[in-house]
Design a protein around this ligand. Sequence first.
Ligand code: C2E
Ligand code: CA
Ligand code: CA
Ligand code: CA
Length: 278
Amino acid sequence: SKALGGHQVHVYNDAMRQSNLEQLHLEQELRLALEGQQLAVHFQPKLDLATQRISGVEALARWHHPDMGWIPPSAFIPLAERTGLIHQLGSWVLEAACAQAAHWFEQGYSIQVAVNIAAQQIESGQLVHEVDQLLNQHGLPAQLLQLELTESTLMEDVEASVSEMQRLRQRGVSLAIDDFGTGYSSLSYLQRFPLDLLKIDRSFLQTQQTSHQQGTLTQAIIALGHGLGLKVVAEGVEYADQLEALRGLGCDYVQGYLISRPLAAEQLQPLLVEKADR
Ligand code: C2E
Ligand code: CA
Ligand code: CA
Ligand code: CA
């Protein structure tokens, strides 16, 4: 069995070497993408259930590779986080999102743009300075920028996160906790973070129609968010009956394919003309 074990280790190493090579290749490609014109930001609207208007959008990174085609964020975001490229990628997305938000602002729209922030961006200690510069450079009111942080991001260094968040919030930047319910944060921490919005993870909605229990969890999270003085958004809303159920539970906003897929800014324009306030 020792020989067999040795053999298995050999096979495992081969497979690992293969996958490391692939990762290395993809890493090099991502470096090129960051220097070239391969990255884009798409925007997914958020519907305010009280007004039936689009009040904001979430910025989502997109990578179109010349040979490989569209590469999903689930493939390149974790890679960027492992290799440190997330600093460059995160800055690029933040800049593109602020530029677009400022453009909508100049057109007279009040659309808040939410940007996903990785743990390393908070840890760098540069985020506040970067945000200051971007708001200044683009003439963007801080209220039109929202940053989305996941529970695991915030839990990596609670003290540092709280202090960075306070500085951002002093400037008027809005803060959201993303993927709520999937992380490991204890509820006692939730009230320590200066937050404006809680985003209920998509996984809670998936069986909403069939499972009473799932609905109960969603209801409890909404009550928790409201109890802490936060607005609540449900993500991944795909069906009209999910939207109606969420409305009944007092959820403030919905985001999902039912309203719109994430789209390039130009593609989103007709929906904004129809449903965003100017
Ligand atoms: P997320 O922040 O939870 O973003 C929501 C994801 O759900 C997006 O996937 C969006 O396309 C998808 N989605 C929205 N509505 C629906 C729906 O109705 N049904 C289904 N099935 N999916 C829906 P996407 O764009 O593939 O992004 C995946 C994740 O990658 C994001 O999850 C976020 O964690 C990360 N990500 C994307 N862009 C960035 C970025 O610029 N920076 C960082 N740090 N992470 C990013
Ligand atoms: Ca997000
Ligand atoms: Ca999310
Ligand atoms: Ca997610």
